[in-house]
Ligand binder design. Sequence first.
Ligand code: HAM
Length: 441
Amino acid sequence: MSSPETANSGKATKLKKLQAVKGMNDVLPQEGLHWEHMETTLRDWLSSYGYRMIKTPVLEDTALFRRGIGEVTDIVEKEMFSFIDRLNGDELTLRPEFTAGIARATIEHNLTYASPQRVYAMGPVFRHERPQRGRYRQFNQLDVEALGFEGPDLDAEMMVMLSRLWENLGLTGVRLEINCLGEASERLAHRQALISYFEQHQDLLDEDAKRRLHSNPLRILDTKNPAMQAMVNSAPRLSEFLGEASKAHYEGVKQLLSDRGVQFNENARLVRGLDYYNLTVFEWITDMLGSQGTICGGGRYDGLIEILGGKPTPAIGFAIGLERLLELYLETIKPEVSPDLDVYVVYQGEGTSRRAFSLAEELRDAGLTVVLHGGGGGFKSQMKKADQSGAMMAVILGEDELSNGTASVKPLREEGKQLVVPQETLAEAIFELLYGEGELS
Ligand code: HAM
């Protein structure tokens, strides 16, 4: 019987060529080094602000995202990888973002019962978008959430913290845009004013705008249609509908940013694509990555936890698109990263492989990072591999060394003669070469 994968009417069965799913990328080892470096920098930075790791499942109930992100958003309407679990009929979705899942976990485990929490998560998220540079169907986010804080100090701390990260990474030209979305009632009043304004200008609306007039009038503000620009520019602004408390919150955020010298641009058009936001929203944008230049976005979502069934819990967070951050970092810094490897062990001759195996373990016992050559080959090709590995030095075990209990050590990254050292003191000698002051005699 032939499976659909191998079905073929011809004699030879042709197997389907297996490839990664469209829009989902492999990270290969050389690039993996950069990922490791970036993740270490991120974790150090997060812990310096008291953030702790949280992990939530990649799969959640579809209802969580519908309710959390909002039914009338691009993500929920057309970008979710949703399916029915054929084993039990559950409706599941691969997370398109972290926030809803973290809010769900906060409620389920009563996480903010005793005190507010600063948490972060890192990992893949999934959106069925049209792939292009900087836009993928599986991508990685660093997601950071402060749960149970009212702000505005936390709002400002997040942006100050991000500006410190760009500085730590050596990135320049990342600009901050901020806006205040007010509270739901203020947005509702603005929305109604927008609808009546657009109704008065029906003759200028294109088909798209007419369709959105009652379902999502805010989106009309994003129109690219030149014929509508002037009309849209004079539409009522949300800022005119903000109450005293919202205004005070926004002023508080801006004051703290200014105190720390963090520059920002107020962008009344910044609304973000998820429904849970209120008050402060922000994005960090670069011009160096083409059209997908937003490397970080976030904001306050004081109502989300309650919407999902928890107690009212003010909260704020952001997510960084890690593929975009890494691309920007590599383009700006062009870093030379080599693996953190002390020793590459090569061996040649009768009986040497067994001893080399143990010798490598003994060097690791002593705390060195060691790769033991694998895959055979002559001495020359082994030394070439040692060089390519990025190791600081090669340890060589030939028949002579084996018979007299020594090993040769050859520095690979700087000038220096090859030494012959007793195996019992090999680790010490390597440490001396790596970190010692004087020459080893
Ligand atoms: P978001 O703006 O949808 O926010 O995504 C955050 C970041 O993820 C974007 O700024 C971008 O760098 C990256 N990103 C988004 N879509 C793609 C894609 N298709 N390919 C590559 N990178 C992408 C959120 O997800 C919110 N949960 C952030 C948040 C956390 N708000 C509060 N807490």
